[in-house]
Write a protein that binds this ligand. Structure first.
Ligand SMILES: Cc1cc2nc3c(=O)[nH]c(=O)nc-3n(C[C@H](O)[C@H](O)[C@H](O)COP(=O)(O)O)c2cc1C
Length: 354
């Protein structure tokens, strides 16, 4: 599971003067603040009215991502950054308000594989018909509606003209947020796979993307499980990849270009590269032990080598007794670089064709 803090947009959909929506949104934000802290989620309140979205005025279908209007680009960036949504919606004429439908229609891939929970309000139906209506639409966008809902009957939640919902509604709201966070984490691999920078990997369902500092915990785990074998083979525990803390990993992730190979949220392997003069340094090539022998290492090495354009040499190193690594590197054209140091490390290089 990802360790990234989640960004949850709380979208208040009514725009009428004197609408009840803002009071419901404020109650929700206040009620959920402690729970959100515990769940490592940031709640971002947003009134649909503040987006100043006219009725859909884009020429292209949203799936193209071609947006001519500044308001669309702004809305696209907000939705793309979010990891999930809580929609605070009234029921208008047995359905969702036009404001919500319009805001949904503006975008496409930005919504995909993100959970959406509904907090509805209305008269006898407590807004539930609006939610049913919205659920039918959001699934087309690959939004994933939650089973948990908060449904508020206005007459029961209003005292002396003020919004004052009963305790059980606060509990329902907390349950909804907890479910939203769980589903958002579970859907993270699907979101990643579809992000523009991900490329298909060498085994079915796998994809590669650049690793960022937020990936440090997964990288730390991968390193410890992969370099244990190296330590045993080379008879030493003095292997940096075995000891680095997540903070140390975070630090080098900022300096190196690192590619991670993922499947269903699991980091299967990685490799890092950095240029130094005319050399491309390749390092930390790792594949999880249970998927060795399937060509993942060779695929990662080739991916790393692609970053060597314009360099004259690709250099890497491995333990002198790491026979599996040595066989891989020699098979890919690397030869030993003579060195005077006897530190149990073999340095290898390969010339980059001009
Ligand atoms: C145009 C309109 C249509 C409405 N239709 C329904 C309805 O179908 N079902 C319902 O329970 N309440 C309906 N209501 C009452 C709303 O639930 C109530 O006015 C609520 O406060 C609206 O939310 P808002 O104040 O945030 O706009 C409707 C209100 C409006 C203004």
């Amino acid at each position: 599971m990802s360790t990234k803090r989640l960004r949850i947009l709380v979208l208040v959909c009514s725009t009428r003067p004197g609408a009840l929506g803002p009071a419901v949104g404020e109650w929700l934000a206040e009620t959920l603040a402690p729970c959100a802290r515990t769940l490592d989620a940031d709640l971002v309140p947003l009134a649909i009215g503040d987006l100043q979205l006219p009725f859909l005025d884009e020429e292209e279908h949203p799936s193209t991502g071609i947006y001519h209007q500044e308001h669309t680009r702004r809305w696209s960036a907000i939705v793309a950054e979010a990891d999930g949504f809580v929609v605070v919606t009234p029921e208008y004429n047995y359905g969702m308000p036009a404001t919500l439908k319009n805001a949904l229609d503006y975008l496409g891939p930005e919504w995909a594989w993100k959970p959406v929970g509904f907090v509805s309000y209305g008269n006898t139906s407590a807004g539930t018909r609006a939610v049913q209506h919205a659920k039918q639409v959001v699934t087309t966008l690959r939004l994933v509606p939650l089973g948990s809902t908060v449904a508020i009957r206005i007459a029961d939640a209003t005292r002396e003209g003020r919004f004052h919902p009963a305790e059980h509604l606060a509990n329902a709201a907390e349950g909804l947020l907890a479910e939203l966070v769980r589903v958002s984490h579970a859907l993270a691999p699907l979101r990643e796979r579809e992000c523009a920078s991900a490329v298909a990997g060498p085994v079915v369902g796998s994809y590669a993307r650049r690793l960022v500092q937020d990936d440090a915990p997964e990288v730390t785990v991968l390193q410890r499980c992969c370099w244990t074998e190296e330590a045993v083979a080379n008879g030493t525990l003095d292997v940096p990849a075995l000891h680095e803390s997540p903070d140390q990993v975070r630090a080098w992730l900022a300096d190196w270009q690192t590619t991670g190979l993922w499947r269903d949220g699991r980091l299967l392997g990685m490799v890092r590269t950095r240029r130094s003069g005319a050399d491309l340094h390749v390092g930390r090539l790792a594949v999880v032990p249970d998927l060795r022998g399937l060509g993942l290492g060779r695929w990662l090495l080739r991916t790393a080598e692609a970053a060597g354009e314009g360099c004259s040499r690709i250099v890497l190193s491995t333990g002198a007794a790491s026979t599996r690594n040595l066989a891989l590197y020699q098979g890919q054209g690397y030869g030993p670089v003579p060195t005077s140091t006897d530190d149990g490390v073999v340095r290898l290089a390969k010339t980059v064709p001009a």
